[in-house]
Design a protein around this ligand. Structure first.
Ligand code: GUN
Length: 293
């Protein structure tokens, strides 16, 4: 069994990005700039956004954080999005989700210029991904594809079972794995809460992507010997013995599943560290006009 080390891979990718930024700087080019809009003071969102800003600093990007209180109106937020759409210095920006209930996340997401949508949430980017055109791919699926590539995991002709059909993980994952070329060309089954015979389907999988959001859902009896298991789960469970009072639990019962696997991602330290790195990579791609020429 080989552990897929997302922390190490993430560090390597960030070093590669930092090296590119150095070259851009030396040539007198424009420094990539990522901006983030954060509404309110939710602890999880605060720490995610702080991680994104810190990553920018680490690779030599410019970053800016725009904050609003919880009671900001939709109109004010949409005006700010428009301002960022039109600001030539900003290569990409994100609006951290979730938003307060009185603001339509759909409206906000749709109002972001797809050329600056480094989260890859805009329907135009999702549509482009579906037809195999260059697109910003959302952070988690892109991070997983990068891990499969860097660990040279064969996907062609393999049976991949994706558990979960969310718009930001399960659904895009299923599309990317079935696309032409590497890491794709797989036969993909998407499973969800209404799936019958889940255990049997999982047992026939060469690769399982568990994105259910249910701690330790995937048990050893559901995994074939030699399978590759990618764990997307990041549920905070109470842990009074820790300083924070919680620890992250994946969707995979790691201790019993790992010995059966050829490769497995741990939680924490697997998919998680790759997500912010993917956002940074998208910002670089945007600055270099790699997606929208
Ligand atoms: N909230 C949780 N994850 C994300 C993400 O990847 N992007 C944004 N914008 N909000 C999030």
């Amino acid at each position: 069994m080989q552990l897929i080390d997302g922390k190490l891979t993430s560090k390597e990718v960030r070093q590669e990005i930092a090296a590119e930024v150095e070259i851009i700087k030396k040539a007198g080019g424009k420094i990539p700039h990522l901006s983030a809009i954060l509404v309110g003071h939710d602890g999880g969102s605060e720490s995610y956004v702080a991680g994104k800003m810190k990553a920018c600093e680490e690779v030599g990007f410019k970053s800016s954080l725009i904050r609003f209180e919880d009671d900001v109106t939709e109109e004010v937020l949409l005006n700010k999005v428009q301002e960022l759409n039109e600001d030539p210095d900003i290569d990409g920006f994100i609006v951290q989700l979730p938003l307060p209930k009185h603001i339509s996340e759909e409206k906000v997401t749709d109002s972001i210029d797809p050329r600056k949508d480094v989260d890859g949430f805009h329907p135009q980017n999702l549509g482009r991904m579906v037809i195999g055109s260059p697109a910003f791919i959302s952070a988690t699926p892109q991070g997983i594809m990068e891990l499969l590539k860097r660990y040279e995991i064969e996907t062609s002709g393999k049976h991949c079972v994706v558990i979960g059909r969310s718009n930001i993980v399960g659904r895009p994952m299923s599309i990317l794995l079935s696309q032409k070329g590497y890491p794709g060309d797989a036969t993909v089954t998407v499973c969800h809460s209404r799936t019958k015979n889940l255990k049997e389907i999982c047992l026939s999988a060469d690769i399982i992507v568990a994105a259910i959001g249910s701690p330790e859902f995937l048990k050893a009896e559901m995994v074939k010997e030699g399978a590759v298991v990618i764990d997307v789960g990041t549920t905070r469970v109470e842990a009074p013995d820790t300083k924070r009072g919680w620890r992250l639990k994946g969707d995979v019962k790691f201790d019993e599943v790992a010995p059966k696997c050829s490769y497995i991602t741990p939680v924490p330290g697997g998919v998680g560290p790759m997500t912010i790195t993917s956002l940074i990579l998208n910002t670089l791609k945007s600055a270099k006009k790699e997606i929208y020429k």
